[in-house]
Design a binder for this molecule. Structure first.
Ligand SMILES: CC(C)(COP(=O)(O)OP(=O)(O)OC[C@H]1O[C@@H](n2cnc3c(N)ncnc32)[C@H](O)[C@@H]1OP(=O)(O)O)[C@@H](O)C(=O)NCCC(=O)NCCS
Length: 198
């Protein structure tokens, strides 16, 4: 089985592919459902995805959906970001949001979405992914503490949840400076992160 081939998880066949034109509304619904009841969410993640779609940071091939039959069961988005520092600027990716609708959780869909996004991003030539998120979930996918590297985020966030992953060997070598996200990304996340820190 290849990373993007259909697989049977539980009773439903799951396939992962890039989002297609006309799916934005359905994806937004799935994202909204995923964040219902999440305490640190402001429940605007779907709006963030809408904003990012209009920016140069959006890479259509890295907005992936997980399909359970015809239903969108999950979604992950990687958008372009930069590490800006004295040595120069480097393009990386930021992961957010990751969404699996409640009825499909605990079957590996979230992990598969992230792994497939990594695989596609590496093929496209990206070197690293940065994120702020659930420690245990992402560490199992290979993420490392961001504070091992001379890379800062442009907002305050608890170090335990700040993570980075090299997509290729030496993907983190020479990266130094502060992460600059797409403007639409930060508008949303800054509020959220304050909630996480508290
Ligand atoms: C987090 C999320 C994407 C996981 O999707 P999923 O398809 O259930 O994930 P997987 O089946 O691949 O992995 C499930 C594992 O993640 C763990 N996990 C899920 N949410 C977690 C959380 N909030 N804290 C810690 N671990 C969590 C589960 O405990 C499970 O671990 P186990 O295998 O040891 O039991 C999904 O629960 C979700 O959409 N949550 C709401 C939105 C969200 O929090 N997104 C991530 C933002 S950082």
């Amino acid at each position: 089985m290849t990373a993007n081939s259909p697989a049977t998880l539980g009773k439903t066949r799951i396939a992962i592919r890039a989002e297609r034109p006309g799916e934005a509304g359905t994806i937004a619904d799935a994202i909204r459902q995923a964040y219902v009841g999440v305490p640190w969410s402001d429940h605007r993640e779907h709006l963030m995805v809408e904003r990012l779609r209009q920016t140069a940071a959006f890479v259509p091939a890295l907005s992936l959906v997980a399909l359970a039959g015809d239903e969108i069961a999950g979604h992950v988005l990687l958008t372009k970001a930069h590490v800006r520092g004295p040595e120069g600027n480097a393009e990386i990716l930021a992961l957010a949001p990751l969404s699996v609708v409640p009825g499909h959780r605990g079957r590996g869909i979230g992990a598969r979405l992230v792994r497939e996004a990594h695989r596609r991003a590496a093929i496209l030539g990206f070197r690293a992914v940065v994120l702020v998120g659930i420690l245990r979930f992402y560490d199992r996918l290979g993420y490392q503490p961001l504070n091992r590297y001379p890379i800062l985020l442009p907002f305050e966030a608890s170090p335990e949840i700040c993570r980075i992953l090299p997509l290729v060997p030496d993907g983190l070598r020479g990266l130094s400076g502060t992460v600059e996200y797409a403007p639409g990304w930060l508008d949303h996340q800054a509020d959220n992160l304050i909630a996480v820190i508290k």
